[in-house]
Design a protein around this ligand. Structure first.
Ligand code: ZN
Length: 54
């Protein structure tokens, strides 16, 4: 049986097994990815501002 990559609980559905994590963990995972992407964009923006004002 396949286990969730995040919480190590057994995955029940075929879709969860394809994702490697359960639906709740997948939502969290996607939010983390979105947050990381946002952080990266923020950092890039700060760099641009710094270069513009330097
Ligand atoms: Zn999980």
């Amino acid at each position: 049986m396949k286990l969730c990559e995040r919480c190590s609980r057994p995955l029940k559905s075929q879709k969860s097994m394809e994702n490697g994590m359960g639906p709740v963990c997948k939502k969290k995972h996607e939010k983390e990815l979105a947050d990381a992407e946002f952080e990266r964009n923020q950092m890039n923006l700060d760099e641009v501002i710094e270069e513009a004002t330097a």
